[in-house]
Design a protein around this ligand. Structure first.
Ligand code: AR6
Length: 196
């Protein structure tokens, strides 16, 4: 009998609570999907565009209400808010604003971690059990994907260590190559199992 590291290549971590998939975030059937939004909350390209296109006008209306009532100056980087999901298969959308790489005086990692942890906190506050994230900030906002993988995985692992309600955190990559980079640079603890 020997001990070997398991699950490091098939995309599941932390006893199956975290899984990696390649796909379109807007098609995920989970309690909440996370939108890589911008401070306006009023739409954009990439993930934001896909979510608003597929989700319809109801989401943008909910975002306008949040701007009016809670964040008239816009949603600060690192914060997260929740809305209905309109026509999407998910029940809710959690909107967060990632850092623009190189524009935050060295606070990029802290702000990216805040995006993940605040989104997870909002999910728990709403008694949600499953959440799907895109690779926040790694598109238009220019965060190097390898560095983002390390920050995102550490933030998720730290959060899940202290709460037990969430049983699925799905990380959705647009391309297999993006998932491969993540698999090389993540910080998730690998589980050791007894095997032959
Ligand atoms: N499903 C999953 N992943 C996707 C999808 C999709 N449908 N579309 C793109 N990606 P980005 P950011 C990947 O640019 O960097 C918007 O205009 C993409 O390949 O969506 O946080 C907002 O309004 C990349 O790896 O988000 C903001 O202004 C990752 O998702 C700004 O872009 C994130 O890319 C936010 O930039």
């Amino acid at each position: 009998m020997s001990t070997h590291i398991s699950k490091e290549l098939d995309g599941t971590f932390l006893s199956g609570r975290v899984c990696l998939v390649v796909g379109d975030i807007s098609k995920q059937q989970v309690d909440a999907i996370v939108n890589a939004a911008n401070w306006t909350l009023l739409g954009g390209g990439g993930v934001d565009g896909a979510i608003h296109r597929a989700g319809g006008e109801a989401i943008i209306e909910a975002c306008r209400e949040i701007r009016k009532n809670q964040f008239p100056q816009g949603l600060p980087t690192g914060e997260a808010v929740i809305t209905i999901a309109g026509n999407l298969p998910a029940r809710f959308v959690i909107h967060t604003v990632g850092p623009i790489y190189g524009r935050h005086d060295g606070r990029e990692a802290e702000l990216l971690a805040a995006c993940y942890q605040n989104s997870l906190r909002v999910a728990v506050q709403n008694s949600l059990r499953s959440i799907a994230f895109p690779a926040i900030s790694t598109g238009a906002f220019g965060y190097p994907p390898a560095k983002a993988a390390s920050v995102a995985s550490q933030a998720i692992m730290d959060f899940l260590a202290n709460q037990y309600l969430l049983d699925e955190v799905r990380l959705v990559f647009f391309a297999q190559s993006d998932m491969t980079v993540f698999l090389k640079h993540h910080k998730f603890k690998l589980e050791k199992t007894e095997g032959s």
